[in-house]
Design a protein around this ligand. Structure first.
Ligand SMILES: *Cc1c(COP(=O)(O)O)cnc(C)c1O
Length: 423
């Protein structure tokens, strides 16, 4: 696979280099130089998720990973169910939240972990990251038990929910969790200081498992084919994607670029609406980020958007005709959650927002699939407020509730972190 740095197109990289480096020069994003159409999309849609995903990823990555290895990586990364319940004759939910952290980010995080394990040369390797709550669980579970890789996760003590803490601070093994007596910014600052410390960086083999890593993006292409397999007529399929950093949407466009010929795709955002305004006016004019009930999408500078533009400009996707964008308020999201519940479907706020955007624009001759990015139980407080009732914890969360926290606590100082890292 040949990739380029979007900021400096003359800078190339192999898949392995791009996965390990994360970003190119000047923080530039890596992206494939070209996309080739899949030979037999119809045939692929008949296959099961794992063999189909191996075919899709093998097509994208090429000969850098041989098929038996890729098979093992995909089977272990995607070892949880994917479900596509129909709401009615024309609309289905693509449920991506049945993995260990109950959010769709498990697909990308777990496949990236499998790639790093595959490319690992035997030297020290430590994934070091800070979390404000949600990404910690996806990263911890993705690397848990991966041979030769250690994980260190920093989080602000007392500032994440008790349930979030239980989800990633009870694993032990190769996952070290550190509660910092300070805020999230300090945690991020400490992580940055580690990467700037040559002795630590080389001694521990630091890697950031960054969310913009190309391995994460490619993994997410796979489940769009599941949406394609679920509808009766691909050419009438409309997808709706709840979007924050636009990684998920970019993956959907890559699926289109390699031949999944769905009709169109909707980028649904909350009031952090930089992209909808950009598509309407042509002006890139980010406002300060505001807090919403869809907080995983509270992003006003979506860091994957240059890849979306690249798909239009370099790869010739007809974005004007196939990509639209819509922003919804918290009140509209809450109404969508109530509407969906009346139809017998319990959705988390992010998924409900995507449904509302789809419901507003779906034409009579179209079929719709909206992406469900989080399990409703991850947002119990919002659910309780909007539906006015309490919900039991699902078994996945029930199971971690009584486990013991294994985190150590440190003050928000570099020297203390160094010591905790054994240096
Ligand atoms: C991360 C996240 C999103 C946004 O996905 P992007 O790829 O950043 O656009 C949407 N919903 C949930 C629940 C998320 O965790």
């Amino acid at each position: 696979m040949h990739l380029i740095n979007i900021k400096h197109p003359s800078e190339g990289a192999s898949f392995q280099e791009a996965v390990i480096q994360g970003l190119g020069r000047d923080q530039g994003l890596y992206f494939p130089r070209e996309f080739m159409p899949l030979p037999d999309v119809e045939g692929l849609l008949q296959e099961n998720f794992i063999p189909r995903s191996v075919a899709v990823l093998g097509h994208l990555i090429g000969d850098e990973i041989d098929e038996p290895a890729l098979n093992k990586m995909v089977a272990s990364a995607f070892d949880f169910p994917l479900e596509v319940p129909a709401l009615d004759a024309r609309v289905s939910a693509l449920e991506l939240f049945h993995g260990p952290s109950l959010a769709f980010k498990d697909f990308g995080a777990r496949f990236m972990a499998a790639c790093l394990a595959e490319f690992h040369d035997g030297g020290p390797m430590t994934i070091l990251t800070a979390t404000s709550g949600d990404t910690g669980a996806a990263v911890a579970h993705a690397y848990y038990g991966q041979p030769g890789i250690n994980v260190v996760i920093l989080y602000p003590k007392g500032r994440i929910t008790p349930l979030q803490e239980k989800l990633f601070c009870t694993l032990g093994g190769n996952v070290q969790t550190i509660a910092v007596e300070s805020d999230f910014d300090t945690c991020q600052h400490l992580v940055k200081a580690c990467f700037e410390d040559d002795e630590l960086r080389q001694g521990l083999g630091l890697n950031s498992a960054n969310s913009i890593n190309i391995a994460r993006l490619l993994a997410q292409v796979c489940y769009y084919f599941e949406a394609g397999a679920a509808v009766s007529d691909l050419s009438r399929l409309v997808l709706s994607v709840p979007s924050g950093n636009f990684g998920n949407l970019t993956a959907g466009l890559i699926a289109r670029a390699i031949g999944l010929d769905y009709k169109r795709i909707i980028a649904a955002t909350n009031t952090n609406d930089t992209v909808p305004r950009f598509l309407a006016t042509g002006r890139w004019d980010p406002y300060p980020t505001v807090t919403t009930i869809t907080n995983a999408m509270d992003v006003s500078l979506p860091n994957n958007f240059p890849r979306v533009m690249e798909l239009g400009e370099r790869h010739g996707l007809p974005l004007e005709s196939m990509l639209s964008s819509m922003a919804l308020s918290d009140a509209e999201t809450a109404e969508a959650m109530r509407d969906l519940r009346q139809r017998g479907y319990l959705a988390d706020p992010h998924s409900a927002l995507a449904w509302a955007a789809l419901d507003r624009s779906l034409l009579p001759d179209e079929e719709g699939v909206f992406l469900c990015t989080a399990h409703p139980a991850k947002f119990l407080e919002v659910l309780e407020e909007i539906h006015g009732m309490e919900w039991p914890l699902p078994p996945e969360l029930e199971a971690v509730q009584d486990k013991q926290l294994l985190s150590e606590t440190i003050p928000g100082e570099f020297a203390a972190l160094r010591k905790a890292l054994g240096h």
